[in-house]
Design a protein around this ligand. Structure first.
Ligand SMILES: *Cc1c(COP(=O)(O)O)cnc(C)c1O
Length: 462
């Protein structure tokens, strides 16, 4: 075993104090956190985390949906170590390249569907999404249609927190802050069947949600719409799985009006849904797609946009610089880790494991163990991602009042009981590492059920 520093209770308090004095946390009420003290995570192995007080926690979220191949993978550490010694950094801007960037582009192209053969590198999902925005607008510009620059996203979508990602996303809490947003972005309703369909069947609702895209395209004028952007399954919005016919209809409408489709595969990509990419699970071919998280299993920050031949060739034939990129686009160390990560995924047949073994096991067992629970209104998911709607009344789908914050109560019980499960409003979400075993799935679900019982007891007490 490798040695590691062990934090004592006394220096847990020190770290918390230092953190409170100087660290502003993302998506956090920093004042409230400072009063309470952040939990200090110290080390990790497989699907487990240990905090500074020695608690062992099973990670039902793979970090933030990213540590797909699990913690403690020596192969990834070694790939970074080797590359750091050979070439720790060089840029790819001015007519230069290096082996890791070139090789990773080839590796990504080997797993993307269809003609998504051209790779633009970034460092985060947000940067990849911003790259999509600029790429599709510039594509239509090259094509002599600079007015075709409106992007259409969806309510409750998450595309990152740069100004571009925030604008394209549909998170009202984010739109309220740090605006004004980027212009020429429109949004349509989300395909959230359980929450928003009323009496419609899944099929009727899938069609209706897709037709909202056609209505929006006609309202703003087809000649003005550059692209539709969507997550195959909405992740941070609470794991919303669209009806099976939804993406087919979206694709038909986009083709009809010559609107590009960008799949935001930052969560769905790299095996999460039981295919390499989420678009394959819904059987549609995007014109381009953004990816990040699982690309390196989160070991180093790296992201990419895979671009189809139609768009890439337009840029290549246009014979002009594309004035976009990042100092660390294709960073050699991050790229070396991503290459090794993809190699490991192939060697261990992890996508097949999710599709045919652990994914079906997880989805079946999840329903067996939780669908009868009094708090559970509905369970949806695919592969190794799932969302669970918590309700006050199952029959009427009545939610708990907002000020009760049922999701946070449940999340806190999970935290106290050695399980990381995330709350999105009143929905609980799971997205464990893809390498999770059957016994570890059982542990996640047994803990989850126990914590749902504790949550129910807390609200009954009032
Ligand atoms: C996480 C996420 C992003 C943003 O990625 P960052 O690396 O946090 O910038 C974008 N799109 C989707 C679908 C995501 O889940």
């Amino acid at each position: 075993m490798s040695s590691h520093r062990t934090t004592t209770a006394a220096n847990t308090a020190d770290i918390q104090a230092t953190d409170a004095s100087h660290h502003m946390h993302p998506f956090t009420n920093t004042g409230a956190l400072n009063r309470k003290g952040a939990r200090v995570i110290e080390r990790a192995e497989g699907v487990y985390l240990w905090d500074s007080e020695g608690n062992k926690i099973i990670d039902g979220m793979a970090g933030l949906w990213c540590v797909n191949m699990g913690y403690g993978r020596k192969e990834l550490v070694e790939a970074a170590h080797q590359q750091m010694q050979t070439l720790p950094y060089y840029n790819t801007f001015f007519q230069t390249t290096h082996t890791p960037a070139a090789e990773l582009a080839k590796e990504i192209a080997s797993v993307t569907p269809g003609d998504l053969n051209h790779i633009f590198f970034a460092n985060s999902g947000s940067e990849a999404v911003d790259t999509v925005i600029r790429l599709v607008r510039q594509y239509w510009n090259i094509k002599g249609k600079p007015y075709k620059n409106i992007l259409i996203g969806r309510e409750n979508a998450y595309h990152g927190s740069t100004i571009g990602g925030t604008s394209l996303g549909g998170m009202s809490g984010m739109h309220k802050q740090g605006g004004p947003l980027v212009p020429n972005i429109e949004r349509i309703r989300q395909p959230y069947w359980y929450g928003e369909a009323g009496d419609m069947s899944e099929e009727e609702f899938g069609l209706a949600c897709a037709q909202a895209l056609e209505e929006k395209i006609l309202a703003v004028g087809p000649d003005n719409v550059a692209a539709f952007v969507g997550e195959p399954i909405q992740g941070a919005g609470g794991v919303i799985v669209p009806p099976a016919n939804y993406w087919q209809e979206i694709k038909r409408i986009c083709d009809k009006y010559d609107v590009l489709i960008a799949a935001d595969e930052v969560i769905c990509g790299f095996g999460r849904t039981g295919n390499w990419f989420g678009c394959q699970s819904f059987d549609f071919q995007p014109d381009l797609m953004s990816m990040a998280k699982g690309l390196s299993s989160g070991y180093l920050p790296i992201a990419a946009v895979a671009v189809g031949d139609r768009i890439a060739n337009a840029f290549i034939e246009h014979d002009e610089d594309f004035n976009h990129g990042f100092t660390y686009s294709g960073h050699p160390v991050a790229a070396a880790v991503a290459i090794e990560n993809i190699r490991l995924m192939k060697e261990e047949n992890i996508v097949d494991y999710v599709a045919n073994d652990i994914g079906p096991y997880f989805q079946t067992k999840l329903r067996e163990m939780l669908s009868e629970h009094p708090l559970v209104g509905h369970i949806e998911g695919m592969g190794l991602v799932a969302g669970i709607a918590l309700v006050k009344d199952k029959a009427t789908k009545t939610l708990f009042p907002d000020d009760l914050d049922i999701g946070l109560i449940c999340r806190d019980h999970c935290f106290e009981n050695g399980l990381i499960m995330r709350a999105v409003g009143s929905r609980m979400v799971l997205s464990p590492p893809l390498v999770i075993s059957h016994a570890e799935v059982d542990e996640v679900l047994e803990k989850a059920r126990h914590c749902f019982d504790l949550t129910l007891a807390s609200v009954d007490k009032g």
